[in-house]
Design a protein around this ligand. Structure first.
Ligand code: PEP
Length: 258
């Protein structure tokens, strides 16, 4: 059985003050849910220290939004896996579509980062997803196949069992357009099949596949009830304690069916 996992990607938003207020609100609203669901927030790296300290002792995890694959060295502006661990992160988002679109990330760089994250003991949340033009031209399945194979190349089944995948159709991110539960489930099922081919059924059965793209309190429950959707990577709606907590609560208790 896969425990649902909801992660909030704050992107380049929030201040020290508003971030702290947000996590204090979440700790209050999400008390008692940790046996049913895993929750994490991914603040900008400059706030990781403070947010990690505020969340100490709570069940809410912390993740980075990106990392470089080397442990240290002359890589101006980058943050490494050991640095994220030093700030008590358990997760790191890798290959988010904004990183791929605006910062030149490729399946190959995401692959190096995935290996590095696992080496340093972080759980990578590996993002894949097609652009609108790719969906409209019928290329979705091929794009997802290439991204999953490329991003996970060379992982052993044991390593693969520790990752999380986020399927995020680029046309649904921050646009208010959500994939229908059926559209999302179709791709999630494809990814699950691919993971079975690459790593075996016992491994693919335990890998959580999140959906991302305009997840809101009113669409979360139906998305999460799909057989291969195991949680969500949430952008805009993760910036307010009320909406993020409502998404988490709507997703609780839905693992039993899977
Ligand atoms: C995201 O940033 O991964 C995302 C899915 O954003 P939003 O929820 O705002 O569409």
């Amino acid at each position: 059985m896969r425990k649902p996992f909801i992660a909030g990607n704050w992107k380049m938003n929030m201040t020290r003050e508003s971030g702290l207020a947000l996590v204090r609100g979440l700790m209050e609203k999400l008390q008692g849910t940790s046996s049913q669901i895993d929750v994490a927030v991914c603040p900008p790296s400059v706030y990781l220290q403070e947010i990690s300290s505020a969340l100490k002792g709570s069940a809410i995890g912390v993740g980075g939004q990106n990392m470089y694959h080397e442990a240290d060295g002359a890589f101006t502006g980058e943050v490494s896996g050991p640095m994220l661990c030093d700030l008590h992160c358990q997760y790191v988002i890798l290959g988010h579509s904004e990183r791929r679109q605006f910062f030149g990330e490729t399946d190959s760089s995401v692959n190096k980062k995935t290996h590095a994250a696992l080496k340093f003991g972080l759980t990578p949340i590996v993002c894949v997803g097609e652009m609108l033009s790719e969906r409209e031209s019928g290329a979705t399945a091929q794009v997802i196949d290439t991204q999953v194979r490329g991003s996970l190349a060379g992982l052993t089944p044991e390593q693969a069992s520790k990752i999380v995948i986020a399927y995020e159709p680029v046309w649904a991110i921050g646009t208010g357009k959500t994939a229908t539960p059926a559209q999302a489930e179709e791709v999630h099922a494809q990814i699950r099949g691919l993971l079975t081919e690459l790593f075996g059924k016992s491994v693919s059965d335990v890998i959580r596949i999140q959906y991302g793209g305009s997840v809101k309190p009113d669409n979360a429950g139906e998305l999460m009830s799909q057989p291969n959707i195991d949680g969500a990577l949430v952008g805009g709606a993760s910036l307010k304690a009320d909406s993020f907590a409502a998404i988490v609560l709507a997703s609780c208790g839905l693992a039993a069916a899977k």
